[in-house]
Write a protein that binds this ligand. Structure first.
Ligand SMILES: O=P(O)(O)O[C@H]1O[C@H](CO)[C@@H](O)[C@H]1O
Ligand SMILES: O=c1cc[nH]c(=O)[nH]1
Length: 236
């Protein structure tokens, strides 16, 4: 049965899934990396596709931007479609001087200003954490590909635009947070609740400290590295 936000039947979605924020990135991944592709979702333009990668069935689903949006898709994918492995493939802004634009980051953990876990844990700080096996697989695959990989804590921000942003970003950088994005803490928390495997792989699209940005062509190439790491980690 289709869910509120996904127009697929049970069985239409593979047990492994890539989750880009941008639905057009989902389409790009399906068209350029998967074979025998079927589009299973167009609800709200949030495309979802299932195909095969190196002979293994795999899906890719846009999630939209921010914790509330990815939470809708992660909950429905897990509870209604029994998805087991969820890998976000996103962009992020670097917070450390030695993290370069175009680097690929594996998010080991996520710090956040999202209140979603506060409604569950009150004043306790739950620590959203990547699945170790997925993280190790992605690390091994990325190293084999010769990528400049970084592994560490990322900041899942509720706001893309914020007042006095540099004050917060400098503090996060002091505590070794590598980059800022907007979904990982929610993905890891939902996966933990339902005992599923989750990982976020990010491409650094811009640098918060230096102001450097990637061109769209460069973004395309580095996104390809990230997508390959995620796909190979998913099937390893
Ligand atoms: O490139 P995606 O996956 O959308 O990720 C990043 O880009 C969006 C902000 O521009 C946020 O969703 C952030 O997490
Ligand atoms: O959330 C995001 C994503 C990319 N770059 C940023 O600065 N923030």
């Amino acid at each position: 049965m289709p869910t509120t936000h996904i127009g697929a039947n049970k069985g239409d979605i593979a047990d492994k899934i890539l989750l880009p924020g941008d639905p057009l990135r989902a389409k790009y991944i399906a068209e350029n990396f998967l074979e025998d592709v079927v589009c299973y979702n167009e609800v709200r333009g949030m495309y979802g596709f299932t195909g095969t990668y190196k002979g293994e069935r795999i899906s890719v689903q846009g999630t939209g931007m921010g914790a509330p949006s990815i939470s809708i898709y992660a909950n429905e994918l897990i509870q209604e479609y029994d998805v087991q492995k969820l890998i976000r493939v996103g962009s992020c802004g670097a917070l450390q001087e030695d993290v370069q634009v175009r680097d690929v980051i594996l998010a080991q953990s996520a710090t956040t200003d999202s209140q979603m876990n506060r409604t569950v844990f009150g004043t306790i700080d739950f620590a959203p954490t990547a699945d170790f096996n997925l993280l190790k697989n992605a690390y091994d695959v990325g190293k084999e590909q010769g990528l400049n990989l970084r592994v560490g804590n990322v900041f899942t921000s509720d706001a893309f635009y914020r007042e006095n942003a540099m004050e917060l970003f400098n503090k996060l950088a002091e505590y070794n947070v590598l980059a800022v994005e907007m979904e990982t803490s929610a993905l890891y928390s939902i996966a933990a609740k339902y005992n599923r495997e989750a990982l976020t792989v990010l491409t650094v699209s811009d640098h918060i400290i230096t102001g450097e940005e990637t061109t769209s062509q460069e973004r395309q190439t580095t996104f390809n590295d990230m997508i390959e790491v995620a796909l190979d980690a998913a099937i390893k």
